[in-house]
Write a protein that binds this ligand. Structure first.
Ligand code: 6PG
Length: 247
């Protein structure tokens, strides 16, 4: 483990070992917070990188986690039906949820069946607030990825969502298909107890290095992830970490 500009880095030879280390960490945190006799909250990220992590949580670590006291959320969602191949919820259902004994009532996908995404965002925020403490919802763990353009969750460069200071969930627009998204906002992300990036691949190396070097969140939204009272750690493979200036 090393640190760069106050962020923890855990660099591994490949995505498999990075995912295994992160799965260990998640299981440990969940076990600890469950010992305090309350439920835990975990927000999953989307895209493809977390697939292996999900499969590890569903196999090697399933017996370590008290799924009855874990509530699952998402950091963002594509505004498509939950059975769409593009749905982050569908990916998580296929790689994790269908393989673990988590009660259906503990799984809180971002709703995508409202005519107006604004209504979906508000409904999502109400559910989030029902299961998290604080004026700003504080989750135990938020998992994030990063796009080659520096976006994270569905906070994209130049998006009005970047300046949202009150709401926990807002609609956003991606310059990729599908364009309509829902995303957690910086206040919620930066309120979390643990914020973990999982990133792999040489194509992400420039934005990882720039984010850690303190790029502007307006142009590189992942750089705006700065937990105010929580832990930030980047789980990277060597390719994604290859341009980081080690301290
Ligand atoms: C999404 C995400 C997004 C993702 C990055 C990286 O809905 O796509 O949540 O923020 O984490 O785009 O995606 P990959 O892991 O597929 O590279």
């Amino acid at each position: 483990m090393s640190t760069v500009s106050g962020s923890e880095l855990r660099v591994h030879p490949d995505l498999h070992s990075a995912s295994a280390d992160l799965a260990d960490e998640i299981a440990q945190i969940l076990c600890t917070c469950l010992q305090s006799d309350r439920w835990c909250t975990l927000a999953l990220s989307g895209g493809d990188t977390p697939r292996l992590l999900h499969q590890m949580l569903a196999t090697d670590h399933a017996s370590l986690i008290d799924w009855n006291h874990l509530h699952l959320f998402w950091g963002d969602e594509r505004y498509v039906p939950h059975d769409s191949p593009q749905s982050n919820f569908r990916m998580a259902r296929e790689t994790l949820i269908d393989h673990v004994p988590i009660p259906a009532d503990n799984v809180h996908p971002m709703p995508t069946d409202f005519d107006d995404p604004e209504d979906a965002a508000r409904a999502c925020e109400a559910i989030l607030r029902a299961f998290t403490p604080g004026d700003v919802p504080r989750l135990d763990i938020i998992l994030l990825g990063i796009g080659a353009d520096g976006h994270t969750a569905s906070l994209f460069p130049g998006s009005t969502a970047l300046s949202e200071a009150e709401r926990a969930v807002v609609p956003s627009i991606a310059h990729a298909d599908p364009p309509h998204r829902l995303t957690l906002t910086y206040p919620v992300i930066n309120s979390a107890a643990n914020v973990f990036f999982l990133v792999a691949g040489e194509d992400k190396a420039p934005v990882v290095a720039a984010a850690l070097a303190g790029a502007s969140p307006e142009t590189l939204p992942a750089a705006g992830v700065r937990p105010t009272n929580g832990r930030l750690c980047w789980w990277l493979d060597e390719s994604a970490a290859s341009l980081v200036d080690k301290e």
